[in-house]
Design a protein around this ligand. Structure first.
Ligand code: GBH
Length: 454
């Protein structure tokens, strides 16, 4: 089961989840520093203050990744490290990413850089955050600045990771920073995140070098209804609309899907009013590949009363419930559904016509170091099945160019603190000792062979 020549085999991390060093090099506070300091916001009142101490230990971590046999590293740049107030460059912060990129190149690992993985400078949140249109312009300026500095060595660029989460968890359900709970606001934030993606993509392309490629990473959750009646089809349409098409379609130049715009109107209409002439063209800036983050599908069922609020904390989803996930589950309680992954990649490939890169896929399980080894057979199995699913999608015609496991390291899992371990490498958060898991070795072997064992 061979993969295409030149396939990228990597692992991913995100700045706030791994770096620590939150006050070093002049870094300013991010919304996540503020949110995590709020009692009860994060499980165990944990924060990313130290996390994996990747800020100091990145040479060791990159060494582990390279020694496994992986050939790419997807990491994110912390905006508040590079621009502490969101606007003014901090040379020491940029110097950190200079060293990181140089270390990757020295070890023969391709850097795949994400400009925004949710750590908005607190100063910009204080000025209105993503519900404010100005933040999109500040993001494009920041993106240009980083691209200017690292574009001589980094060719693969992702603007934003999962605008869905930044908007709907950050400003809708409020389970992520900055913890705002208002769906109308969340929808406006989503528009400005997508606008920021478009503005940044335009700016980066105008200063690009040959070989540079631009993308964004969207998280997809296919909707599976528990029946085939028209109301079941309608429930799946709604969920798929707000979760998947609402972000995908404007990026592909199709504008916001009219059915979803209608679904969310009852939240107050500020979303529709925030979309100005020309915005959909800006968001449609052509990308070179689409980053696909896949974890699990959602099971949905219609409610008898179409106006009932339902149990799903997303905009526009009255009249339906999300059902419990079906086993096998991960430790997080997410459903393991590799077949859905194959279908998703096929659907995305057909709908977008773009090359796809799996920018995140992985699972949390309860891992323990036993005699210096982590026997994570469940995660090995998860990767085996999900890579089989990617292979099947390629065989069926999808143009998939890479696979990044989430994550290189066990790390700060947002609202769940350190309770969920996703790493290929185990981290002891008391001692910062790293232990490669069986799954890390497995993925490394697959990478080196560029093939899955039959
Ligand atoms: C990614 O987001 C993030 O990019 C990454 O930072 C994070 O560490 C990683 O996943 C693991 O969480 O409650 O069953 O309805 C994942 C996006 C959005 C996927 C919420 C799961 C809830 C599933 N997630 N979604 S469920």
């Amino acid at each position: 089961m061979t993969f295409p020549t030149g396939f990228l085999w990597g692992a991913a991390t995100a700045s706030y989840q791994v770096e620590g060093g939150v006050s070093e090099g002049g870094r300013g506070p991010s919304v996540w520093d503020t949110f995590a300091a709020r009692p009860g916001a994060v499980l165990g009142d944990a924060s990313g203050e130290i996390a994996c101490d990747h800020y100091h230990r990145f040479p060791e971590d990159i060494g582990l990744l390279a020694d496994l046999g992986l050939n790419a590293y997807r990491f994110s740049v912390a905006w508040p490290r590079v621009m502490p107030d969101g606007r003014t460059p901090a040379p020491a912060g940029l110097a950190f990413y200079d060293r990181l990129v140089d270390e990757l190149l020295t070890r023969g690992v391709k850097p795949v850089l994400t400009l925004y993985h949710w750590d908005l400078p607190q100063a910009l949140e204080d000025a209105g955050g993503w519900p404010s249109r100005d933040t999109a312009y500040r993001f494009a300026d920041y993106a240009s600045f980083v691209h200017d500095a690292l574009g001589d060595r980094v060719s693969q660029w992702t603007t934003i990771n999962e605008p869905f989460c930044a908007a709907f968890l950050g400003y809708g359900s409020g389970v992520h920073a900055p913890g705002v709970q208002d769906y109308d606001t969340a929808l406006v934030a989503a528009h400005h995140l997508l606008l920021g993606h478009g503005l940044a993509t335009r700016a980066l392309k105008s200063q690009a070098r040959p070989g540079h490629e631009f993308s964004l990473a969207l998280n997809f959750a296919p909707a599976l209804a528990d029946g085939t009646s028209p109301s079941h089809v309608e429930a799946a349409r709604k969920f798929d609309g707000i979760h998947n098409r609402f972000f995908l379609d404007p990026v592909l130049g199709r504008g916001y899907p009219p059915d979803v715009v209608a679904d969310v109107e009852y939240h107050g209409g500020r979303f529709a009013a925030s979309v100005r002439d020309g915005d959909t063209d800006t968001i449609a800036a052509a990308i070179d590949w689409l980053g696909v983050n896949y974890y699990a599908p959602a099971r949905v069922t219609p409610l008898a009363d179409p106006l009932s609020p339902g149990n799903c904390p997303l905009p526009g989803l009255r009249g339906l419930d999300v059902l419990p996930a079906r086993p096998p589950l991960t430790a997080f309680g997410w459903e393991q559904a590799p077949d859905v992954f194959t279908d998703l990649l096929g659907w995305l490939s057909a709908r977008s016509g773009l090359p796809l890169v799996v920018a995140e896929n992985g699972a949390s399980f309860v891992d323990q170091v036993v005699g210096g080894r982590v026997y994570d057979a469940a995660r090995v199995n998860y990767f085996m099945e999900h890579l089989g699913a990617v292979h099947a999608a390629i065989k069926a015609g999808a143009d998939v160019r890479g696979y990044f496991a989430w994550s290189l390291l066990d790390n700060f899992e947002w609202a769940m603190g350190y309770s969920q371990r996703f790493g290929l490498v185990h981290v002891d958060f008391e001692t910062q000792v790293r232990t490669v898991k069986d799954s890390g070795r497995f993925l490394g072997r697959v990478a080196k062979a560029n093939a899955l064992p039959e």
